[in-house]
Design a protein around this ligand. Structure first.
Ligand code: THU
Length: 136
């Protein structure tokens, strides 16, 4: 699967990024197992620590629309010279909802997407026992 629509969605949503402080724009999209796609961008705040990354915006958008089964995620930044993988905090959030074998596509300005599995990006899933205990 090449997930072309998913990658295009991440590129498109990066244009909605609100990043007046860093000027670093990011878009992310998540494809659900039913084929639907939810997107999000980074949203900064003048109180810098309140910034939300694009990846978490996309995941929260999907969850808020009743979706929980995810097949893949794509991340794009027109301002990155290299393919931009998710930050550590977003990797942790992704592991809450995605299984370890979900492919994560990520690209910088040249739109050349690389792919790693979530388990490659986050091999030691923090607090995974706690998650197992509380899954419905
Ligand atoms: N950012 C993301 O949205 N995703 C990443 O993977 C890395 C960083 C955002 C946060 C902040 O708005 C800006 O990029 C610079 O760090």
């Amino acid at each position: 699967m090449d997930y072309i629509k998913l990658k295009e969605a991440a590129i498109k949503v990066s244009t909605f990024s609100y990043a007046p402080y860093s000027n670093f724009h990011v878009g992310a999209s998540i494809q659900c197992k039913d084929g639907t796609i939810y997107s999000g961008c980074n949203i900064e705040n003048r109180s810098y620590g309140l910034t939300n990354c694009a990846e978490r915006s996309a995941v929260f958008n999907a969850i808020g629309n009743g979706k929980k089964d995810f097949a893949a995620i794509a991340i794009y930044s027109p301002d990155s010279a290299y393919p931009l993988p998710p930050c550590g905090a977003c990797r942790q959030v992704l592991t809450e909802f995605c299984d370890k074998s979900v492919p994560v596509f990520f690209a910088g300005k040249d739109k050349n997407f690389e792919m790693l599995l979530l388990k490659e990006l986050y091999p030691f899933d923090s607090l995974h026992d706690l998650k197992k205990e509380h899954q419905p």
